[in-house]
Design a protein around this ligand. Structure first.
Ligand code: NAD
Ligand code: FE2
Length: 397
């Protein structure tokens, strides 16, 4: 076993209110012609024009790709890549949720290496440095601005590919919490639970290390304290700021320690039933923790001490239960649906649940879970989550 750990992060992270003002200067450090990757909602909100204004202040030329209209597919990537190559852009800026950032990451790598995005990462060497990428998140959830991962849907096979390689790490992240104020409550809830999953999975991951545990613990504390407020009162800037930082910390944690079973099982739900990423994670989180509890009792007990520091003396087993109940309660407060109430068709679900379990296992993420599930155990977990009752949570005092 290694005695040392490796921890990677972007070259620079600007965070806090008004950090977006650094965008033009940063882009000018890396190139002279920007490909701005975003979506139509960002355009309507005025964020695209604001970015263009910052580029113009630094005499940068800019081309826009604004058609990332959902969780990104290989087709979005191909379109944006064509534009990047034909316009000879030399720096890429992504502004938006994880979808826009992930699409831009794929373009940055393919612009210099060419090929198909699904063939990148894993064991395949990425030989040439990507184009420099500046990532500006507008949701507090994926942490994609600081991770070495991109998630792209393969439209031929109906699978969400999680592609991991250091080449996908942005050079610069700019995390301005005021950009998240306009996020509607259901997106705030889903993306906030995504950050919570990243942090919890990184905390209990077989690949965790001291720095990732630190980042993950800080993120969990903030999400448990501030996500309800951000959801109920989107204008609360303190809650938005804490969530934006928590999302970044959770991203750094899982990028260096890996996600585990929730994310492994979540991607097939997203690919086959088009459930947004954060919602499909939330549908699984409490049940997966219940499944894992006996193999991660100490870690889950440590989290209870962070989440509810005033608890009376309890055993580690009882504390692990507290953590799971608190998370279940949070999901109930955020009105997280189960697959059935979301509208996942029961007949189709029964037909594809085997494929879902196979795809989940093949992604490799479940093997980092403290309890490594069999194919059949994943099938059973999916079935349990189909009708999962979040309302049964009772907070232990
Ligand atoms: N690369 C990574 O490290 C990583 C980690 C986790 C998830 N992901 C991937 O990220 C994608 C999901 O990203 P997401 O959860 O951020 O959602 P998203 O980017 O898909 O955005 C969801 C919706 O919210 C809108 N939106 C975003 N910011 C807004 C704002 N400030 N105001 C109003 N509307 C806003 C978007 O336009 C979109 O319609 C998934 O594909 C998921 O698999 C990537
Ligand atoms: Fe995620």
């Amino acid at each position: 076993m290694n005695e040392f750990s490796e921890f990677r992060m972007p070259k620079a992270v600007f965070y806090g209110q008004n950090s977006l003002t650094q965008l033009g200067r940063q882009a000018a450090e890396y190139g002279s012609k920007v490909l701005l990757v975003s979506d139509r909602i960002m355009e309507e909100l005025g964020h695209v024009d604001r970015c263009i204004g910052y580029f113009e202040q630094h005499n940068l030329a800019v081309v826009t790709y604004l058609d990332v209209n959902s969780e990104p597919t290989d087709q979005h990537v191909a379109e944006a890549l064509d534009l990047c190559i034909s316009e000879k852009c030399d720096v890429i800026v992504a502004i938006g949720g994880g979808s826009c950032i992930d699409a831009a990451k794929a373009v940055a790598v393919l612009a210099t290496n060419r090929g198909y995005i699904g063939d990148m990462g894993g064991e395949t060497p990425i030989k040439i440095d990507p184009l420099p990428l500046i990532a500006v998140p507008t949701t507090a959830g994926t942490g994609s601005e600081v991770t070495n991962v991109t998630v792209i849907t393969n439209t031929q096979l109906d699978i969400k590919m999680m592609i991991k390689h250091q080449a996908f790490l942005p050079c610069v992240a700019i995390i301005d919490p005021s950009l998240t104020i306009s996020t509607p409550p259901h997106v705030t809830a889903a993306t906030g639970i995504d950050a919570l999953c990243h942090a919890i999975e990184a905390y209990i991951s077989r690949l965790s290390q001291p720095l990732t545990k630190n980042m993950a613990a800080a993120a969990i504390e903030s999400v448990m304290k501030y996500l309800r407020t951000a959801y109920l009162n989107g204008d609360d800037l303190e809650a938005r700021e804490k969530m934006a930082i928590a999302s970044m910390q959770a991203g750094l944690a899982f990028s260096n320690a890996s996600v585990t079973l929730v994310h492994g099982m979540s991607r097939p739900i997203g690919a086959l039933f088009h459930v947004p990423h954060g919602v499909s994670n939330a549908m699984l989180l409490p049940a997966v923790l219940e499944f894992t509890k006996e193999y991660a009792t100490e870690s889950l007990a440590e989290l209870a001490r962070i989440i509810t520091p005033n608890l009376k003396a309890l055993s580690n087993e009882e504390l692990a239960d507290v953590t799971i109940k608190e998370i279940k309660q949070l999901c109930a407060n955020l009105k997280i649906p189960n697959m059935n109430s979301w509208g996942v068709d029961e007949t189709k679900f029964a037909q594809v649940v085997d494929k879902m379990a196979a795809d989940a296992l093949a992604s490799g993420s479940p093997s980092n879970n403290p309890r490594v599930p069999t194919h059949q155990e994943i099938v059973e977990l999916y079935k349990q989550c189909y009708n999962y009752d979040f309302q049964l949570a009772k907070t232990i005092k």
